[in-house]
Design a protein around this ligand. Structure first.
Ligand SMILES: [Zn+2]
Length: 298
């Protein structure tokens, strides 16, 4: 009981009113771990600039689920979304409450939820103004961006430090993604849409790939911010229950279920997951669609 009253007396950890970046993520994870001892943190790999990429583990059940967010730099609000979700889950667990009609302690026992809240910490630090403009690192980003003057800098930056789009790095018709993106002019390191020199050349993408293979999730969700859309398909794969679950997501969120435009249909994490496992994998485009500016504001 003493713990409970302490928790209520102290304020919530995740502040959704301010931009989110790597140091804040790490600080918040430490705070969450010390307050909520029933969750754990795992390092799944490192970014190009050597930042460790954390994953939060919640639960101990056999039903393994994996979410990730913040793979595109200027979509950092998804990292904040994941962290707030984790905190809300923790509060509900501690108070033995329900969330959306589910008893959280029951879910905790039946499910193991892995959440990688920030796959691309280097890129997110650039977009959120956490790289000093007189630094060599900033200069490297700026040089890549110079070749693409139509993409706002740094607001239009989605890639990692090497100028590779991490969601075009997965072995699902990667050659086809390369053909399409090269034809659009993204044939070298760029703020977005450059596929890299091969699948999984970038450490952030490789880390997520290896972590997935090690844990064999039954379902994955990739969080992006195009706004109010759910994607569930890859080629002609029809994973069992995939559309039914997408329909539930749609009913709960009000988001539309849409078909992926052909130009964005290959080499994404979701695409690879569906092809690899033939299980439900989703891209959820968070944010309000009418605010279609980049980066999406909080
Ligand atoms: Zn995205």
């Amino acid at each position: 009981m003493e713990n409970k009253s302490n928790r209520i007396a102290s304020s919530e950890i995740i502040n959704t009113a301010e931009p989110y970046y790597y140091n804040k993520l790490i600080y918040n994870i430490h705070e969450l771990l010390s307050r909520y001892t029933f969750i754990q943190s795992i390092i799944i790999g490192n970014s190009v600039l050597g930042k460790s990429i954390p994953c939060i583990k919640i639960g101990k059940g056999s039903n393994v689920v994996l979410y990730h967010a913040g793979i595109h730099a200027n979509e950092w609000i998804t990292s904040l979304l994941m962290m707030k979700f984790i905190e809300n889950f923790c509060i509900a667990y501690e108070e033995n409450n329900n969330m959306h009609g589910f008893n959280i302690r029951d879910l905790y026992n039946r499910t193991t939820l892995y959440i990688v809240p920030m796959v691309n910490p280097d890129g997110i630090d650039l977009v959120t103004g956490n790289i000093p403009q007189d630094s060599k690192i900033f200069d490297n980003y700026r040089q890549i961006a110079t070749s693409f003057p139509n993409i706002p800098f740094p607001d239009g930056w989605k890639a990692n430090f090497n100028g590779v789009d991490l969601n075009l790095q997965f072995p699902a018709e990667w050659e086809e993604a390369k053909r399409i993106k090269y034809a659009q002019g993204f044939n070298k390191p760029a703020p977005r849409d450059y596929v890299g020199e091969g699948p999984l050349t970038e450490p952030e993408a490789l880390a997520l790939y290896n972590f997935t293979l090690a844990h064999n999730p039954k379902l994955t969700i990739s969080y992006h911010t195009q706004g109010e859309v759910i994607f569930w398909q890859y080629l002609d794969y029809k994973p069992t229950n995939a559309l039914e679950i997408a329909t539930k997501f749609s009913e709960l969120s009000g988001y539309n279920i849409e078909e992926v435009p052909l130009n964005s249909s290959f080499a994404g994490y979701k695409d690879w997951f569906i092809a690899q496992y033939n299980k439900p994998g989703y891209t959820i485009e968070a944010g309000l669609r009418r605010k279609s500016v980049t980066p999406f504001p909080i």
